[in-house]
Ligand binder design. Sequence first.
Ligand code: DX5
Ligand code: ZN
Length: 219
Amino acid sequence: MSQHLISPSILTADFLHLESEIEMVNQSEADLLHLDIMDGVFVPNLSFGFPVIRQIKKVARKPLDVHLMIVDPDRYLEAYRDAGADWLTVHYETCTHLHRTIQKIRELGMKPAVSVNPHTDVSLLEPILKDLNMVLIMTVNPGFGGQKFIEGSWDKIRKLKKMIVEAGADTLIQVDGGVTQENIGALIQAGVDVFVVGNTIFSAENPSQVTSNLKNSSQ
Ligand code: DX5
Ligand code: ZN
């Protein structure tokens, strides 16, 4: 069995029954719980804020993998820690002093990750690779669930994997967007460690079974 991790994104979950959706994730083979935070400025959509995250933290038994799609995230790092984030991902495109932001996230006791949009070259992260627990390659344009995987992502994943091996780093590679039961095997083979999965899990008849299938997929 492969060592890859599954991080279900609740963006397409049923928000009228959020507690039972999270309970499904608790009881599944998922490793993390992915929360998409959108500000309507960095991305053309809004999601949810601190009160919802605090409520989720009360019932979630998987670590919270919080993906910030917001401008100037430095203003809120402490607030996300206080709300319950265990992993905190900021976008490369939103941070002027990215190194400082990463150090701050670690000082606050969270695991820092940086995300790159489809147009952003992963080689820009080379100088800070060893400071990161994870790099998130966006495999769709951020803002919405249920989009199609961007094929240009394959080269980025392989390039990042090579950078990590050459640097002797233990940084994980995460992908987010368009992950399915059909493409996960090839993604594992390309070197992906952590899979964010929204639509494929939450639109399924049996989300727990699909989570198990994804977890037990091999290359
Ligand atoms: C998109 C979000 C994703 C999204 C993935 O901006 O970052 O986490 O929920 O959804 P799927 O798996 O449906 O593409
Ligand atoms: Zn996400």
